[in-house]
Structure formats: structure tokens, C-alpha cells
Design a protein around this ligand. Structure first.
Ligand SMILES: Nc1ncnc2c1ncn2[C@@H]1O[C@H](COP(=O)(O)OP(=O)(O)OP(=O)(O)O)[C@@H](O)[C@H]1O
Ligand SMILES: [Mg+2]
Length: 404
């Protein structure tokens, strides 16, 4: 095995690659909160809000709203990490983490709050008349000790919307009531993927909420994803072999990196060619080659609809009608199919993720009427048609007439 020499250190290539494995494995498999990508404004917003409570002792409430995997938890964790690095916050701020999937009623939730605040012994066998009394007792207990002022408490409610189903929304009401009125500085942070979450809140609960919301709507395009991947693959400054890390980080700009191994430590021309082929390959166009002629016809019908309705969503009935027009217009080899067969083909396109149901349309709507969008653009369709084996000429003509 070759020895690499660098000014400061000398590591064998094997050692370097083992290190790389270790770092990347830790990044991908264990949760180490890095800084989330592309959400700087939301990050600052949340940080400022939490600082108001943690540093200035003001109460607050906020909802972080976004679809699954949008990075709500990641955003919160990384803000908390930075916040807890401040000395005065670290010594002072208390955190209570609740999750609607775990604390399925308010009694369980209160028990968990008591446990996380380490007040089980203080509460002992005391019996409280109401939830509010119990919570007030807990917050009061935090004040005691050698501190004259209250310690700020951060209540984090993951799957926030589930707490709205608890009887009388007692926990939500009381936490938000404290956040709005009480002497103890508390911040209530709710995480949810329900955009309509406010509609779930009872009037008295809603009126106590600050109505601050931080939205995380992932709108990354291919370019951003490439950047995220590069960021994730970059070796840190502290990497033991500086020269290796520098070379590695330069090479990350290329897909050919995936070919690098101890037996193949350098990027060679064929690797670059293979990578460039990968870059230009369109996975959707590849999927199109495997479609039946009927499915292809439906795609072309959808393309028609897209140009007629300028990209507005459409439903199966509209696609079927468009297809029927084509069938009836010409005398050709494409024979008609029964409607259920066409519907099956349509559903297959959905499974292949070539069409996507619109968010917000009720899933209870009959599938023939559910609004969908086509996830292909005209150039992808034209490319695919050209390469489609034995594509009937009529279909090709129909496609090009639809696409100008
Ligand atoms: N902005 C981002 N920058 C970098 N990585 C991100 C970003 N957003 C999401 N991720 C990645 O996606 C993963 C999922 O994000 P996260 O668990 O925070 O989603 P979530 O919104 O909390 O989802 P859920 O509603 O299921 O709890 C994260 O572990 C992270 O690796
Ligand atoms: Mg989460």
C-alpha cells in the first residue's frame, strides 16, 4: 500500500479511506445536527424567538409547519444546539420535549413534564384539583431554590396537531395561557405537518397563541440537492491528512468520486465519461421506454391538456376524453380500450410517479375525478418518443401536433 506524505502527517491511503468511511457513516447514520441548508431566514427567526425567552425572559409561542421530512426537527435541533452553547442559556434554560405520538393524553403528558423537570420528588403524593393547578405548582417549584428569578422553560411539542385531540385541549390551553400571561418565562414550540393546524384549535386556545408560524416548504431543485450532497460529502478541516482532504474536497465536485477506492485512488478518464453519461441520463425518459402504447397515449393526452389549460391540473375523465377524441379522429391501428383498462393504465402512471395528485384535493374524491399534474415536460416526452421502440407513427404525429 502506498504511503502518502504530507508536511504535517503521513497516513497510508488505507488509513485515510477508513477515516472517510468513519466520518461519512457518522454523518449519515447517527444524528449529528448540522446546519440545515437553505433555511437561513427560518433559522434566524426561530433563534431570535427562542433567545427572547432563554436570554431575555419573555414568553412566546410559535409553530413550525412543514411537510414530513421538510427539516422541522433538524431546524429546531440545530437552533437549540447553537443556543445551548451560550453560557448563560446553558445554565438557565430548561427544556421539555413532548411528542403527540407518545403522550397520547394530557395526564401522561403532565407526568412526562414532571419527570423531565425532575420534580417527581417535589410533587410526591400531592393531589391537585386541576391541570392548571398542577402546572402552576410545577412552574412555581422551578422558582424555588437559591434562585430569585424564574428559569425559562422551553416546551417543545412535536406532532403538535395530535395534542389538539386531547380532551378539552387542556394541555395546549394551559401552556399557551402561561405563555401569554404568567410570570414564568416559557416558550411553546409546536412542530406539525398540518398546514391547517390553527383550525383544529378551540377558540380559547387559539386566542392565546401568538400566531407566529415558521414555514418549511421544501422547494429545492436539482441544483440545491447537488449542493446538499456536496456539503455532506465534504471532509472537515480537522481531517488528519490535510492534503488528502483538500484533494478529496476538490474531487467532490464530480460524480466520478463514487468510483474511488483503495484499488482505484485516482479519478480516471473512463470514470469521468461514465459520470457524464449519468449526469445527462434522464431517469423519467428511461421509465417512459417501458410504458405500453396506451400509457404513452395517455401521457400525450395529458400534454394536450397542459397546453389547452396552461398547466392547470386535470383529472382522469378529462384525459380519457382527450384520448377518445384522438381515437375517433383518425383511422389507425391504435384500437380503443375499455374505460376500466384505461383507468388502470392511468393508475400505473401514478405508481410510476409520472403523475402526481394535487395536494389538498380530498383523497375521498372518486379516483376518476381526483386532480393530478403531469410530472414531465414536453422535451422529455418528445425525447422519449423518439427513442421508443416501434412507436406508431400516428402516435408520434399526435404528440408533435400537441406540442407545436
Ligand atoms: N434544510 C435541510 N438541510 C439539510 N438537510 C435537511 C434539510 N431538511 C431536511 N434535511 C434532512 O432530512 C431529514 C429529515 O428531516 P427532519 O427529520 O427534520 O424532518 P421533519 O420535518 O421533522 O419530519 P417529520 O414531520 O417526519 O418529523 C433530516 O435528518 C436531514 O438529514
Ligand atoms: Mg420531525
Amino acid at each position: 500500500m502506498s504511503k502518502r506524505k504530507s508536511k504535517e502527517n503521513s497516513f497510508s491511503l488505507g488509513e485515510c479511506i477508513a477515516q472517510v468511511h468513519m466520518i461519512l457513516r457518522a454523518r449519515f447514520c447517527h444524528y449529528i445536527p448540522g446546519k440545515p441548508f437553505g433555511v437561513e431566514a427560518q433559522y434566524k427567526n426561530l433563534m431570535d424567538l427562542l433567545k427572547q425567552t432563554a436570554v431575555h425572559g419573555e414568553s412566546n409561542s410559535v409553530l413550525i409547519v412543514g411537510p414530513r421530512g421538510a427539516g422541522k426537527t433538524m431546524l429546531l435541533r440545530s437552533v437549540l444546539k447553537e443556543l445551548m452553547e451560550m453560557k448563560q442559556v446553558k445554565e438557565n434554560l430548561l427544556q421539555v420535549h413532548l411528542n403527540g405520538l407518545l403522550q397520547t393524553d394530557d395526564k401522561i403528558a403532565l407526568k412526562e413534564v414532571t419527570r423531565q423537570l425532575q420534580l417527581e420528588n417535589v410533587v410526591g403524593d400531592k393531589v391537585f384539583g386541576s391541570f392548571a393547578e398542577n402546572l402552576a405548582f410545577l412552574l412555581e417549584a422551578l422558582k424555588k431554590g437559591n434562585r430569585s428569578s424564574s428559569r425559562p422553560v422551553l416546551f417543545i411539542l412535536d406532532e403538535f396537531d395530535l395534542f389538539a385531540h386531547h380532551r378539552n385541549q387542556t394541555l395546549l390551553y394551559n401552556l399557551l395561557d402561561v405563555a401569554q400571561s404568567a410570570q414564568t418565562p416559557v416558550a411553546v414550540v409546536g412542530l406539525t405537518c398540518r398546514l391547517d393546524v390553527l383550525e383544529l384549535l378551540e377558540k380559547r386556545v387559539k386566542s392565546r397563541f401568538s400566531h407566529r408560524q415558521i414555514h418549511l416548504l421544501n422547494t429545492f431543485g436539482f441544483k440545491e440537492y447537488v449542493e446538499i450532497f456536496q456539503q455532506q460529502l465534504t471532509l472537515p478541516k480537522e481531517f488528519p491528512d490535510g492534503r488528502f482532504a483538500q484533494e478529496w474536497n476538490q474531487n467532490i465536485q464530480m460524480l466520478a468520486l463514487s468510483q474511488v477506492a483503495v484499488s482505484n485512488p485516482n479519478i480516471r478518464l473512463p470514470d469521468l465519461l461514465a459520470a457524464s453519461r449519468l449526469c445527462t441520463m434522464d431517469s423519467k425518459a428511461n421509465v417512459l421506454h417501458g410504458l405500453s402504447v396506451l400509457e404513452l397515449c395517455l401521457i400525450i393526452a395529458m400534454k394536450h391538456l397542459n397546453s389547452i389549460y396552461e398547466g392547470e391540473p386535470f383529472n382522469f375523465e378529462m384525459v380519457y376524453n382527450e384520448f377518445q377524441k384522438f381515437i375517433q379522429r383518425r383511422t389507425h391501428s391504435i384500437h380503443n380500450f375499455e374505460k376500466p383498462v384505461v383507468l388502470k393504465a392511468f393508475e400505473h402512471l401514478h405508481q410510476l410517479e409520472l403523475i402526481k395528485p394535487m395536494d389538498g384535493t380530498s383523497t375521498r374524491a372518486q379516483k376518476e375525478y381526483q386532480l393530478v399534474k403531469l410530472l414531465l415536460d414536453s422535451s422529455q416526452i418528445m425525447d422519449a418518443l423518439q427513442k421508443y421502440p416501434h412507436c406508431p407513427t400516428e402516435v408520434q404525429l399526435w404528440a408533435s401536433s400537441a406540442l407545436e
